[in-house]
Ligand binder design. Structure first.
Ligand code: ADP
Ligand code: MG
Ligand code: MG
Length: 254
């Protein structure tokens, strides 16, 4: 079953073409890693999929579970099961983490025609999910992301993901300067939450992350295109040889 199908996607920022024809497909049960040098367009790709208003899609098609994703508002994309960590506000003073999670969870339920979850049932459910990220319950009473450490923000992202059970999770780790603990949290979360029914896109320039996650496919993005796709061995080769040889083989100008 195909979850996401991207064909010849082009996108611009402020009129500058960044994505220059991305082709990409995710089937149920697959974990895809997208790697590449800084500035290759990885975050632009994830933001275009999220529907970020600054990223103008200028061509191509994106089909998500049989629907035209490009016609969906960013909120609709989330309600239909696309999870993008960065779409959530960084800090919301005065809103507890628990309240925020409940609102997000209930919007999803409402969209599926279900009633709001009982407050106590929700707390039980969250408690269960806290174990996945090894977080203490006191964490839930804190203001959303206010004063969270990098590792706590990561844990919270994975907690959101565990609750929302997305059909397609897109994790862009590139700019977050993850330490080894945060890497392991992300890796554990991905490993536990990847199921035969959903798909995961892991954007990273850290080969290290792939020491903890076994992706089904590794893609290399350069100059706004996916220039090569392979298995885990491709990531290992990039680690030992760098990117230059590949850019040369594919005649990519960067
Ligand atoms: P990556 O995530 O692979 O490092 P990005 O998608 O962030 O790459 O960036 C791709 C290109 O788009 C870079 O040349 C970057 O400078 C440019 N770019 C990214 N965001 C913006 C922006 N908001 N305005 C203008 N140019 C941008
Ligand atoms: Mg799997
Ligand atoms: Mg990036």
């Amino acid at each position: 079953e195909v979850i996401l199908s991207v064909r010849d996607l082009t996108a611009s920022i402020d009129g500058n073409p960044i994505l220059k024809g991305v082709n990409f497909e995710v089937k149920a049960g697959e974990v895809h890693a997208i790697m590449g040098l800084n500035g290759s367009g990885k975050s632009t790709f994830s933001k275009a999929l999220a529907g970020h208003p600054a990223y103008e899609v200028t061509g191509g098609t994106v089909i998500y579970k049989g629907q035209n994703l490009l016609e969906m508002e960013p909120e609709e994309r989330a309600l239909n099961g696309i999870f993008l960590a960065f779409q959530y506000p960084m800090e919301i003073p005065g809103v507890s983490n628990l309240d925020f999670l409940r609102v997000a969870y209930n919007s999803r339920r409402k969209h599926e025609g279900l009633e709001e979850i009982d407050t106590f049932d929700f707390e039980d459910l969250v408690q269960e999910k806290l174990d996945i990220v090894k977080m203490d319950a006191s964490f839930l009473e804190r203001s959303l992301n206010e004063g969270f450490s990098g590792g706590e923000k990561k844990r919270n992202e994975i907690l959101q993901m565990a609750l929302l059970e997305p059909s397609l999770a897109i994790l862009d780790e590139t700019d977050s300067g993850l330490d080894i603990d945060a890497l392991k949290i992300v890796a554990n979360g991905v490993n536990q939450l990847a199921t035969p029914e959903n798909g995961t896109i892991l954007i990273t320039h850290y080969q290290r992350l792939l020491d903890y996650i076994e992706p089904d496919y590794v893609h290399v993005m350069a100059a706004g295109r996916i220039i090569r796709t392979g298995g885990k061995e491709l990531a290992l080769e990039l680690e030992s040889r760098g990117y230059d040889w590949l850019l040369e083989e594919e005649a990519v100008e960067v």
